[in-house]
Design a protein. Structure first.
Length: 171
């Protein structure tokens, strides 16, 4: 069992990492690092003798309101090299979204403009850009990112996006 990443290697986390109860000062389930955040390997260890765990220092965790970086343990399957291809997305699983256009499948209207839905799955590497499997009332549809808009509800990805937009407009 040889480590894929060495000490000092730049890495990117491919999943949201939440507190499993071992990170002090935060509630279990609290978001520690948002997918796409980059960091550097500080140490390599094992868990249960068959899983490699990397201690990664994230300078920017991607979590709104969190200015300081975090040092957390990540499993090897949660990391890719910092230079490997990565496609950021506007939404994540469980985010609530709105149909930004009327959605039609098989010539039939499936979701009207403004219909509320919930993201079930993200297809980051889909041809033509990110796509989402979204549950709209009565239908589950695969739609491109351009066909979705954030809701007024405070979902994690929408909150961060709106916060970033507000900062850009203030500058």
């Amino acid at each position: 069992m040889l480590p894929r990443f060495d000490y000092g290697a730049g890495v990117r986390v491919t999943r949201n990492v939440r507190n499993d109860g071992t990170y002090p000062g935060l509630a279990t389930g609290a978001l520690l690092v948002r997918r796409g955040a980059t960091g550097y390997v500080r140490d390599v260890g094992t868990f249960l003798q068959d899983q490699l765990i990397y201690t990664v220092a994230f300078l920017d965790s991607g979590v709104a309101g969190e200015d300081d970086g975090r040092v957390i343990g990540c499993r090897e399957e949660e990391l890719i090299g910092i230079d490997e291809p990565w496609t950021p997305t506007r939404f994540e699983s469980r985010d609530r979204v709105l149909a930004a256009t009327a959605l039609v499948a098989g010539g039939e209207l499936r979701a009207e403009l403004g219909s509320r839905g919930e993201v079930l799955k993200v297809f980051r590497d889909a041809p033509g850009g990110p796509r989402y499997r979204v549950h709209f009332p009565g239908w589950v549809l695969d739609v491109p990112e351009s066909a979705l808009a954030p809701t007024d509800e405070a979902t994690p990805a929408a909150r961060d996006e709106l916060s970033e937009d507000a900062h850009e407009h203030q500058a």
